[in-house]
Design a protein around this ligand. Structure first.
Ligand code: FAS
Ligand code: PHB
Length: 394
């Protein structure tokens, strides 16, 4: 089998790239190690930047996101028992975010790909990438006991943090940067009314908490927990009790509890691999970088990488220009590092670290107090939260 672009991974990055390439008349085959149901079962991101929404528009898959997504013009910071609203729309001259779960984005992309009759190989085993620094790049994989080979012009490594593509880059050709945080997020998805109409990010002496949602009847909550914590240490009732301890009185009074649809603990890390291109292999999304989810950047960075890569391939096939391909890594990494900085800063401000102590807590509270009372500090937070532009003037 042969294609123009072989895409490894059918998460949001791989599926969005496949859809955008299709719109540009470029052939792509997606190879995914898991089943469609497994991919859809992973509960992850919830907040889309306008940059991401614009790409979903261009991919022709945004109808449901516009119909069912919740436009949010602001969010609350909760500290010292009080909530302070960050007015995103006023501070950024009109920008907002859309609350729409990654699961739904993935579902919309899967449905569009199937409707267009495009090839996605699910349940592929022993996927391997070959000769991406040579003249004949290709992908091999096993499906139903048969080995298959896919020849291609380019390979897009959209296979996430634990994927095969970054792992296939020769030792020494890659430089990685990493910070692993000394805590994780215990997340709960439940069919209960959200505690507020916008998100609440809480800094408390007991640790961080986040009140998010998927709709007006389905909520998504997170609690900071130690990295040593285990899911079996928690019942859903203990989760609701601890969440209540971390909320202000009004939110606590509004807290609707119920059974968990999903409950999981996610580790937090910052990670970047440089560069993001090796010959005809291009890394995009979590395959190249990871952010702590505090700033809601993971999925959005995957989307902007894909936007740059789509433009690069379209320039190559339609205008025979290599400019986009040759600048792909630098253009992605500039936006990636700004999002890594924001996510690290917001995580450092909102979470309790082993060394935080009483003085550190006072420093965090003082920074938050300054932030919510300074228009310039709040503007800096708002600009980063709604998402920086894809192409930087400065
Ligand atoms: P993904 O990991 O989503 O997709 C990669 C795909 O490649 C997967 O389907 C995988 O099965 C497949 N794959 C892997 N190895 C393969 C191989 N060898 N061969 C073929 N296929 C292979 N972001 C936020 O903004 N907010 C959040 O709250 C948030 N929570 C998260 C919680 C968790 C537990 C994790 C892991 C991430 C979270 N993220 C969050 C980040 C997340 O949303 C990612 O940024 C997003 O999934 C990135 O999408 P992809 O790059 O497509 O990677
Ligand atoms: C979510 O709804 O899953 C979510 C929202 C905002 C974040 C992180 C996660 O910063």
């Amino acid at each position: 089998m042969r294609t123009q672009v072989a895409i490894i991974g059918a998460g949001p990055a791989g599926l969005l790239l496949g859809q955008l390439l299709h719109k540009s008349g470029i052939d792509a085959v997606i190879i995914e190690q898991r089943s469609p149901d497994y991919v859809l079962s992973r509960i992850r991101a919830g907040v889309l930047e306008q940059v991401c929404m614009d790409l979903l528009d261009k991919a022709g898959v945004s109808a449901r996101a516009h119909a069912e997504g919740l436009p949010h013009d602001g969010f609350d910071l909760l500290f010292k028992g009080e909530r302070h609203r960050i007015d995103l729309q006023a501070l950024t001259g009109g920008s907002r975010v859309t609350v729409y779960g990654q699961t739904e984005v993935t579902r919309d992309l899967m449905d569009a790909r199937a409707a267009a009759g495009l090839v996605t190989v699910y349940d592929a085993q022993n996927v391997a990438v070959h000769d991406f620094d040579g003249a004949h790049p290709r992908v091999t994989y096993e499906k139903d006991g048969q080995m298959h080979e896919l020849a291609c012009d380019f390979i897009a490594g959209c296979d996430g943090f634990h994927g095969v593509c970054r792992a296939s880059v020769p030792e020494g050709a890659l430089h990685t940067y990493e910070r692993v945080y000394p805590f994780g997020w215990l997340g709960v998805l439940a069919d209960v009314k959200p505690v507020a109409h916008e998100l609440i990010y809480a800094n408390t002496e007991r640790g961080f908490a986040l009140c998010s949602m998927r709709s007006n009847t389905r909520s998504r909550y997170y609690l900071q927990v130690p990295t040593t914590d285990k899911l079996e240490n928690w019942t859903i009732d203990q989760f609701w009790t601890e969440l209540g301890h971390r909320l202000d009185p009004e939110a606590r009074a509004n807290l609707e509890t119920g059974p968990a649809l999903e409950m999981s603990i996610a580790p937090l890390r910052s990670f970047v691999a440089e560069p993001m291109r090796f010959g005809s292999l291009f890394l995009a999304g979590d395959a190249a970088h990871i952010v702590p989810p505090t700033g809601a950047k993971g999925l959005n960075l995957a989307a902007s990488d894909v936007g740059y890569l789509w433009n690069a391939f379209a320039d190559f096939y339609n205008d025979r220009s290599r400019a986009g391909i040759d600048t792909y890594s630098d253009r992605c990494l500039r936006r990636v590092w700004r999002a890594e900085r924001f996510s690290w800063w917001f995580t450092s401000l909102m979470h309790r670290f082993p060394e935080t102590g009483e003085f550190g807590q006072k420093m965090q509270e003082a920074e938050l107090d300054y932030l919510v009372h300074s228009r310039s500090a709040s503007t800096a937070l708002a600009e980063n939260y709604v998402g920086l532009p894809m192409d930087f003037g400065t």
